[in-house]
Design a protein around this ligand. Structure first.
Ligand SMILES: NC(=O)c1ccc[n+]([C@@H]2O[C@H](COP(=O)([O-])OP(=O)(O)OC[C@H]3O[C@@H](n4cnc5c(N)ncnc54)[C@H](OP(=O)(O)O)[C@@H]3O)[C@@H](O)[C@H]2O)c1
Length: 299
């Protein structure tokens, strides 16, 4: 089968579209014929060697977001397959029973493949780690990104008051997702406009994360997808400040599919690349210029 793999860490030149053996199933594993796979920043972070704690064995097949059919039954599914196994940028991939859910009925494979990692990250960040409640004020940094856009929609649905940061040409987009207030991070300082926040959901990191303590109420929470927050201020003010890694979860994906089919949340596709152009897909992700998800079409 064809797969997008690396045999060593390094720059874009270490990525190859090449022949690879089909994954060998172990007991309890499920073989999926991949139709489309979403690109995430973690794919090129793995290539760079920045995810060494995963202890991956070369050759590594990249990719973790997929939509496809279960080999044998033909069931149409979507999944975030764990980073510790061989990946989704391949004609066949392995998922575990608890990792996948039936694909949203109203979406094709390309759109479905854009959703698992982004929605699970937003869901787990807001509700499992951030304990977001109806009526609370949440600030979403990077609200126009894939994770941020899911967070805006899920937080709004929960009944929170949602403030999102994005660049100017994305403000209408995040309003359309339900943001009650917006901040153009390129021309405004969010701390001049925003205060008394219960939860900061940070998908940006760096000084954006550091400055976020000033807008949080005492006892609030700062939950990041990118970087562990400093603990000193957090401890003084009773703020829960943590980074987390999203985990596969088929049950949540079932609920997300239900929300998508009910028209309550939506996705955005930046571009679609055929498998042989997979390197261009990774380069576009790394450029930071995408507006929405980049998807590799496998079949
Ligand atoms: N921990 C985990 O399990 C996990 C899971 C998924 C993702 N992540 C990480 O989370 C991050 C976001 O992922 P993603 O898939 O949402 O990426 P993405 O779709 O590429 O979105 C990134 C967004 O960041 C925005 N941005 C950049 N600088 C900003 C700033 N200073 N203030 C506000 N927004 C800013 C950009 O907004 P504009 O276009 O408006 O400029 C862009 O829309 C990545 O670093 C990724 O590796 C972690």
């Amino acid at each position: 089968m064809q797969a997008i793999r690396i045999h060593s860490y390094g720059g874009p030149e270490v990525v190859r579209v090449e022949d690879a053996p089909r994954p060998q199933l172990k007991a309890g594993e499920i073989l999926v014929r991949v139709k489309a796979a979403g690109v995430n920043a973690v794919d090129w972070k793995i290539r760079q060697g920045n995810m060494g704690f995963l202890n991956l064995q070369f050759p590594v097949t990249l990719g973790c977001d997929l939509a496809g059919t279960v080999e044998g039954s033909g069931e149409e599914i979507y999944a975030y397959c764990a980073l510790t196994r061989n990946g989704a940028f391949a004609e066949y991939a392995i998922v575990l029973p608890g990792e996948y859910a039936p694909k949203p009925k109203t979406l094709g494979f390309v759109e479905a493949a854009s959703i698992p990692v982004a929605s699970l990250t937003a869901w787990q960040g807001l509700f499992d780690h951030g304990k977001l409640q109806a009526g609370q004020r949440v600030l979403v940094h990077g609200a126009a990104g894939m994770v941020g856009a899911m967070a805006v929609q899920l937080a709004k649905r929960k009944g929170a008051y949602v403030i999102g940061t994005a660049s100017g040409d994305n403000l209408d987009y995040i309003r359309s997702l339900g943001a009650d207030e917006t901040v153009d991070y390129k021309s405004e300082r969010f701390e001049d406009k925003v205060h008394d926040i219960d939860l900061v959901f940070d998908t940006v990191g760096g000084e954006t994360q550091q400055r976020s303590f000033t807008v949080l109420r005492d006892g609030g929470a700062l939950i990041s997808t990118v970087q562990p927050p400093a603990q000193e201020t957090a401890l003084q003010r009773g703020i829960k400040a943590a980074m987390f890694g999203a985990l596969p979860n088929g049950e949540t994906l079932r609920e997300v599919a239900r929300l998508i089919d009910a028209g309550e949340i939506r996705t955005r596709i930046d571009s679609v690349f055929p498998m042989p152009k997979g390197l261009d897909a990774l380069a576009r992700s790394e450029s930071g210029k995408a507006k929405g998800k980049i998807v590799i079409e496998i079949a």
